[in-house]
Design a protein around this ligand. Structure first.
Ligand code: NAP
Length: 183
């Protein structure tokens, strides 16, 4: 647990080999079809069982509304957005910026946070808040789309923890983010 906040922050996300998490229009069939071909849930349920809070961007929240069932039952779900109205959805709380979100999570006793959505993951990386990332890469190049990574304010050194190869050429790697050490 980091000394400056009472919760850990983890990423669990699927990308194309060239680093996109969705097509420009939000399409995810290139990912879900290969995930299904790989078999099983690729460790998602085990990951989800270990978290109590989901933080996502408005983009990810709105794309999730298309699912038949709410995928985060039983978790506290916090959505970062400057535009969603407060009280837009009783299943979520809306936060206008990162600082206020972090304070609210600490106050409500969050211990293990799942950070989702490309822009939000990058904001957390820039702020030095990500502890662990599990990236599931599917074998396709999309060329364009919504990126997972981008400028994050400098190098982010990672330690490789594990890699698993699933069916259909799906490769999943877990990294921990090295903490900056005080001089
Ligand atoms: N491949 C996967 O495993 C995976 C996983 C998750 C999501 N996705 C896909 O990724 C897409 C969404 O990702 P994305 O990168 O476009 O967006 P995102 O990070 O989910 O959401 C971006 C929005 O979040 C809000 N936001 C971000 N940072 C903020 C901050 N610091 N303060 C306040 N608000 C902030 C802004 O909303 P406002 O404009 O309202 O201010 C921004 O437009 C969707 O298509 C989704 O289906 C894929």
């Amino acid at each position: 647990m980091p000394a400056d906040r009472p919760f850990t922050c983890s990423v669990f996300i699927g990308t194309s080999l060239d680093g996109f998490i969705a097509r420009e229009d939000g399409d995810l069939a290139w990912l879900t079809s290969r995930g299904e071909a790989a078999g099983g849930d690729l460790g998602y349920q085990k990951f989800a069982d270990g978290i109590d809070t989901v933080v996502m961007g408005r983009g990810t929240y709105e794309s999730g509304l298309a699912f038949d069932t709410w995928p985060h039952e039983g978790k506290h779900v916090a959505v970062l957005s400057t535009t969603l109205p407060d009280g837009a959805d009783p299943r979520i709380t809306v936060h206008r910026d990162l600082d206020r979100l972090l304070r609210a999570l600490a106050e409500r006793g969050a211990t293990s946070v799942y950070v989702d959505g490309g822009q939000v993951i990058r904001a957390f990386l820039r702020a030095g808040l990500i502890d662990e990332m599990t990236i599931t890469t599917v074998p396709v190049l999309l060329g364009t789309g919504l990126p997972l990574f981008g400028p994050v304010g400098g190098d982010v050194p990672l330690t490789h923890r594990s890699t698993q190869v699933f069916g259909a050429g799906v490769v999943q790697s877990t990294y921990t983010v090295e903490r900056a050490t005080s001089p």
